[in-house]
Design a binder for this molecule. Structure first.
Ligand code: C2E
Ligand code: MG
Ligand code: MG
Ligand code: MG
Length: 278
């Protein structure tokens, strides 16, 4: 009986694997087409400063707009783009597009920053700093208005190489942020060696505030640590006034989240007005 079950289990998993492999292949070929047909679009999520209650920047977040008008979130295709290497091309487009967006915002008179997510493969690419430098020159944006977000896991492994890459990027004048902070394995001693400017507290620590005392303690500790290390601190995933209040009271002033705004297409941003009550 155990044998029969084992056999079924095997067949079940091999079918699953097949489906997953097929799905991956399908996504890969569709991604190549998406690159050719320019089916990607960047959405922008406002970053708010609670002290001044103003919009201080945007985070660029990619979406895939299929010809049938469905909008595919990055969780469905970034990993495939990463493992096939297609992310290098897509990533270059993201940086160029985000810089063009920044240039348009500046020309409209808005002093904002733009944060750009980097994938692991992109981050470890030796050509990245040069590519960013060329895009900065080509679009005429101020490098100080650009923030590149990486995750803790990208800094692990060969830390010397990671530090070298971070320094190359810093030399361009851009700032560097550790995204999803607290979910990775970075040790605090490493953190001090990395030339980063900002920590983004992961949404998972924010979502149960003010009901979860543990999470509130963790968030308060991250904020205190960031201050001590003279790092900027940003909270992501803020969905309520209570969360915004908690963050403000604990001196985390930079926030993003649905409470303020979802990520939006550029043409929707002009209609944004903020009434921030905390
Ligand atoms: P992330 O960089 O941590 O981005 C935050 C994600 O949380 C975004 O999902 C955003 O839409 C979502 N979010 C923002 N505020 C809230 C909130 O209040 N509540 C909730 N529940 N969610 C919120 P999105 O756009 O689906 O992106 C998911 C992840 O995909 C990103 O996480 C990032 O790791 C990756 N990603 C997105 N765009 C890019 C890109 O241009 N390049 C690369 N390499 N990765 C990207
Ligand atoms: Mg991010
Ligand atoms: Mg994040
Ligand atoms: Mg996150």
């Amino acid at each position: 009986e155990a044998k029969a079950r084992g056999k079924n289990t095997y067949r079940f998993f091999s079918q699953e694997l097949n489906d997953a492999a097929n799905e991956r292949l399908l996504i890969e070929s569709q991604l190549r087409e998406a690159i050719r047909e320019q089916q990607f679009i960047l959405f922008y999520q406002p970053k708010i400063d609670l002290r001044t209650e103003t919009l201080v920047g945007y985070e660029a977040l990619i979406r895939w707009l299929r010809p049938d008008n469905t909008l595919i979130p990055p969780a469905r295709f970034i990993a495939v783009a990463e493992s096939t290497g297609l992310i290098v091309q897509i990533g270059e487009w993201i940086i160029l597009e985000a810089c063009r967006f920044l240039a348009r915002q500046v020309s409209r008179g808005y002093a904002v920053t733009v944060s750009i997510n980097l994938s692991a493969r992109q981050f470890h690419d030796n050509n990245l700093p040069g590519m960013i430098e060329r895009i900065i020159k080509r679009t005429g944006v101020a490098p100080t208005a650009l923030v590149f977000e990486i995750t803790e896991s990208m800094l692990m492994g060969d830390t010397d190489a990671a530090i070298k890459q971070l320094n190359q990027l810093k030399r361009l004048g851009v700032s560097l942020s550790i995204d999803d902070f607290g979910t990775g394995y970075s040790s605090l001693s490493y953190l001090k060696r990395f030339p980063v400017d900002e920590l983004k507290i992961d949404r998972s620590f924010v979502k149960d505030i003010p009901d979860d005392q543990n999470d509130m303690d963790i968030v308060a500790a991250i904020i205190a640590m960031a201050q001590k290390m003279q790092l900027r601190v940003v909270a992501e995933g803020v969905e309520s006034a209570a969360q915004a209040n908690f963050l403000k009271q604990n001196a985390c002033y930079l926030v993003q989240g649905y409470y303020f705004s979802m990520p939006l297409a550029e043409q929707e941003l002009s209609h944004l007005t903020f009434t921030i009550k905390t």
